[in-house]
Design a protein around this ligand. Structure first.
Ligand code: DGL
Length: 265
């Protein structure tokens, strides 16, 4: 039987990372948990986010996953270090891969980061970026209105366009040539964000780079799935099964998805 890769997020955002992993590693089996009932994590206290992230991690570890991807920037900033230090399976977050992807892309060393209030306040991105390249300039902006748009399945609506355009205004007057989507919910708004930022700014979805890291890490630990075999992905949510299913089937292009409801905490 296949051993799954576990993904956690406050809601549906981590599905953007799942999509990239399934592209690069189609033989892998996925277990995904979205804590939709307690979403958003962005405005919450860091200790609370850490506690919730541990609860999600423990749930998936009990299901026997071989690795955990913290597919949420807010949870990565709050809990990655702690979880990594206390578990003996590979654990990765999305901030380091997102930073690396942006540094590969920038030509003028001016990078923008948009994320939740929690991620921006944690300074996790400026620290990660400057840890890799001390000469980089970083402009960060919290966009607290984006996650509710995505979670309510309104990411293609005219209201989404209006809110994105208004929220990103402060970045339009900066010198950034690269913009990191520092929240895994934001790739669902990527076409709108790209439209607002214009052709001179490259928008980075950290999912792709995270998927490469997942692949490298599984290979290193000799955990890569080599068999074609039967795949049984599982999706869990603490919130509405129906909304989760609508968004996940739209984004992943899955038919007849089964989503299971669970309680945490
Ligand atoms: N998707 C999450 C992130 O990457 C969190 C969104 C939220 O719950 O506020 O930060």
């Amino acid at each position: 039987m296949k051993q799954a890769i576990g993904f956690i997020d406050s809601g549906v955002g981590g599905l953007t990372v799942v999509k990239e992993v399934l592209k690069q590693l189609p033989h892998e089996q996925i277990y995904y948990l979205g804590d939709t009932a307690r979403c958003p994590y962005g405005p919450r206290d860091i200790e609370e986010v850490k506690e919730f992230t541990w609860q999600m991690t423990n749930f998936l570890v009990e299901q026997g996953v071989k690795m955990i991807v913290i597919a949420c920037n807010t949870a990565t900033a709050a809990a990655l270090k702690d979880i990594r230090a206390n578990l003996n399976i590979p654990i990765i977050g999305v901030i380091q891969p997102g930073s690396r992807a942006a540094l590969k892309e920038t030509r003028n060393n001016h990078i923008g980061v948009i994320g939740t209030v929690g991620t921006v306040q944690s300074l996790a991105y400026p620290n990660a970026l400057r840890g890799l390249n001390q000469y980089v300039e970083v402009d960060s902006l919290a966009c607290p209105k984006f996650v509710p748009i995505v979670e309510s399945f309104e990411y293609k609506s005219p209201i989404a366009k209006k809110i994105v355009a208004e929220s990103l205004l402060p970045l339009k007057s900066t010198k950034i040539d690269t913009l990191i989507l520092g929240c895994t919910h934001y790739p669902l708004l990527k076409p709108i964000i790209e439209n607002v930022m214009g052709d001179d700014v490259t928008v980075i979805n950290s999912g792709e780079e995270t998927a490469s890291e997942v692949s490298a890490l599984l290979d290193y630990h000799d955990l890569l799935e080599k068999q074609v075999g039967k795949i049984n992905h599982r999706f869990f949510t603490t919130g509405s099964v129906d909304i989760f299913k609508d968004i996940a089937s739209d984004w992943l292009d899955f038919k007849d998805m089964v989503v299971e409801h669970i309680h945490l905490g």
